[in-house]
Design a protein around this ligand. Structure first.
Ligand SMILES: NC(=O)c1ccc[n+]([C@@H]2O[C@H](COP(=O)([O-])OP(=O)(O)OC[C@H]3O[C@@H](n4cnc5c(N)ncnc54)[C@H](O)[C@@H]3O)[C@@H](O)[C@H]2O)c1
Length: 253
């Protein structure tokens, strides 16, 4: 590895599984000290231990990104463990089972928006003061192709991911001059626990849509981590408020 994040202090949510885990492992391999945050404490610890075994530096922190008090405590713990924050990757998220509006209860709407959109708001708001104190940094938000088009989820998920792109743009406009770059990643189908669940339980039309990828396959989490690394390090120094589609061509057909 090339040390593209040497000396940086990185907080990653959703680090216990899938893309969050791949991003935490990759950032650590590139020299970052990592706080691996997840709702699932054991999963966060497993990621931290994988990083430590490879010679990297990682701290596992339990958090519910949809809960302000939990986020406040987790970010305080991360700042104290890392000594600051230079990089934030908001990756934690949940899917809504591709439910259309008539099948979306108020509870489901609140749960999906709570994790997928409010979670990004809460974690970013809590982490930003430490980032500004250190002179700025980079934020990578996990949106989705569902942040651009329909058919990437149900109404709650699609609304939340469109919101993540809006939040990303507004943050870039508000904090660019203070040295904070904020960008979003918009993957198509990636081979993770989330995709596995929908491929096992979803309706045939949903499964066919997920599988209709010009690349002829789904992404590996590590391929998404490559893009996260680009947006987190100085190679992307003029990229502000962008939403990068990485979908194997899913949205071109
Ligand atoms: N898998 C895909 O095809 C795909 C495509 C586009 C975008 N995404 C997005 O990528 C992100 C990661 O998804 P993944 O596929 O790696 O899923 P995953 O299920 O493998 O991992 C998600 C992680 O988030 C954690 N999490 C869930 N709720 C949380 C909460 N309230 N607080 C803290 N952590 C919480 C889970 O414990 C899990 O470790 C999500 O935001 C998802 O919406 C996924």
């Amino acid at each position: 590895m090339t040390g593209k994040l040497e000396g940086r202090k990185a907080v990653i949510t959703g680090a216990g599984s899938g893309m969050g885990r791949a991003i935490a492992v990759r950032f650590a391999a590139e020299g970052a000290a990592v706080a691996a945050l997840d709702l699932d404490r054991a999963a966060a610890e497993a990621t931290a231990s994988t990083i430590a075994q490879a010679g990297g530096s990682a701290h596992a922190v339990q958090v519910d990104v949809s809960n302000g008090a939990s986020v406040g405590a987790a970010i305080a713990q991360s700042v104290s463990a890392l000594g600051g924050i230079d990089v934030l990757a908001n990756i934690a998220g949940i899917l809504d089972g591709y439910a259309p509006i008539l099948d979306t209860s108020e509870e489901l709407w609140d749960r999906i928006l709570g994790v997928d959109l409010k979670g990004v708001f809460l974690v970013t708001k809590a982490a930003l003061p430490a980032m500004l104190e250190g002179g700025g940094g980079t934020i990578v938000n996990m949106a989705s192709i569902a942040g651009f088009v329909a058919r990437g989820g149900g109404v709650a998920y699609t609304s939340a991911k469109h919101g993540v792109i809006g939040l990303t743009k507004q943050m870039a406009a508000d904090y660019g001059l203070q040295g904070v770059r904020v960008n979003a990643i918009c993957p198509g189908a990636v081979e993770t626990a989330m995709t596995k669940r929908i491929l096992e339980e979803g309706e045939l039309a949903v499964i066919e849509s997920i599988n209709a990828v010009p690349a002829g396959r789904h992404a590996q989490p590590e391929e998404i981590a490559n893009l996260a690394l680009f947006l987190a390090n100085d190679e992307s120094s003029f990229v502000h408020g962008a939403a990068y589609v990485i979908d194997g061509g899913w949205t071109v057909v």
